[in-house]
Design a protein around this ligand. Structure first.
Ligand SMILES: [Ca+2]
Ligand SMILES: [Ca+2]
Ligand SMILES: [Ca+2]
Length: 152
């Protein structure tokens, strides 16, 4: 069977016009999207904290937690010396500024142990801290001199 050339040309033109129209929406894809909600990811912890620390100072540093799924994150402190620490917003601090001469960590070696755990309720991330307190030469309190000054 012979098809005349003008007929064929018109048919092709029609097809290509149809293609143009159907592509005109642009970008629309019927590909199924992967279900992101079923893929929970673990939160992450970023610590801006030094390993060594002078005594008589309470602010330790910053603790930032984030979750790639924007889940609500709870942060827990645990470990041998957790009771010595507190976290307010993102600031980690000693409840009582450590005194090198009178260490209050569990084994009294001036190394305070703390685990920080960020959890999204399902997955969690934990960072272990060892904070070593170093000695500062305090001005020795001279009671006799103090009394003399007060009495003057
Ligand atoms: Ca998550
Ligand atoms: Ca210790
Ligand atoms: Ca000291």
């Amino acid at each position: 069977m012979q098809v005349s050339c003008p007929y064929l040309y018109n048919l092709l033109l029609l097809v290509s016009l149809n293609l143009l129209v159907s592509c005109g929406g642009g970008g629309g894809s019927d590909e199924p999207q992967p279900n992101l909600e079923s893929e929970n990811r673990s939160p992450s912890l970023t610590l801006d904290v030094a390993d060594t620390f002078p005594e008589n100072k309470s602010v330790i540093g910053e603790v930032q937690a984030s979750d790639p799924d924007n889940d609500d994150i709870s942060i827990e402190l645990s470990g041998d010396d957790a009771s010595s620490f507190a976290l307010r917003q993102t600031t980690l601090f000693f409840k009582f500024a450590p005194d090198f001469e009178n260490p209050t960590d569990l084994d009294k070696n001036n190394i305070y142990l703390l685990d920080i755990t960020a959890s999204d309720g399902d997955l969690s991330a934990t960072r272990a801290l060892e904070l070593q307190i170093f000695n500062v030469d305090e001005v020795v309190f001279d009671e006799a001199e103090f009394e003399r000054d007060v009495l003057e």
